[in-house]
Write a protein that binds this ligand. Structure first.
Ligand SMILES: Cc1cc2nc3c(=O)[nH]c(=O)nc-3n(C[C@H](O)[C@H](O)[C@H](O)COP(=O)(O)O)c2cc1C
Length: 204
């Protein structure tokens, strides 16, 4: 029988959040139609793919969020935000802005956002207990993409994606010896470029 420690102190929860923040994600806004007919949304980065057959996706929704009741047995769309949509991420995370929301309201589906890099329209599939969250699974009915640069969330901050890495072999063997010096230099160039140093010294 496992004796895994449970999280009891606020300090533990803070540390867990920090560690979870190491996992970089995209940013979505999950949109749906409220019972009063108005379009609503909530920013969520817990989005993940679940199954291809049937096509299922999941979002983990805080029980205290308005979206938790709003998504109950209700169609929704996962809008994957583009890098230039930080304002929308904040707007739907409880920091509403005055600027109008670029809604698109199809007659036969839930409302969605214009200008995202991709969207997936879902019908409700199942929900599961997730502690203080509810795991909401949706079956993807239709989707589209514009292949824009996505918005990224990492260590509690919004970012745009960095440089594409070359798919090259390990540069350091398990015993710590360098295996391929020139590859190491390419990695260094990537790191410098990421840090905004475009003209590195020639002797790196
Ligand atoms: C980057 C980011 C990711 C978030 N991800 C989630 C999430 O996955 N699930 C969730 O319930 N809330 C998440 N939130 C918090 C909600 O966006 C926030 O509580 C929002 O106000 C909920 O709106 P609602 O109460 O109108 O549904 C996230 C917030 C941010 C900034």
């Amino acid at each position: 029988m496992s004796t895994a420690p449970t999280l009891r102190t606020p300090m533990d929860a803070k540390r867990l959040r920090t560690i979870l923040g190491e996992f970089a994600t995209g940013v979505t806004v999950v949109t749906y139609r409220d019972t009063d007919g108005s379009p609503r949304g909530a920013t969520m980065n817990s989005f993940t793919s679940v199954s291809m057959d049937p096509p299922l996706i999941l979002v983990s929704v805080a029980r205290r969020a308005r979206a938790c009741a709003g998504l109950e047995d209700n169609a929704f769309t996962v809008n994957i935000l583009a890098a230039n949509q930080l304002d929308l991420a904040l707007h739907f995370a409880g920091r509403p802005a005055d600027a109008p929301v670029p809604w698109h309201e199809p007659i036969d589906g839930p409302p969605r956002l214009i200008g995202t890099t991709a969207w997936l329209q879902c019908r409700p599939w199942r929900t599961y207990d997730g502690g203080d969250h509810v795991l909401v699974l949706g079956e993807v009915e239709c989707h589209d993409t514009r292949l824009l640069e996505p918005l990224v969330f990492h260590r509690g901050e919004f970012r745009r994606p960095g440089l594409k890495l070359l798919q090259i072999p390990r540069t350091v063997a398990f015993d710590g010896r360098p295996t391929c010096e020139w590859v190491d230099r390419v990695h260094t160039l990537h790191a410098l470029a990421d840090a905004g140093i475009d003209n590195p010294p020639l002797d790196i």
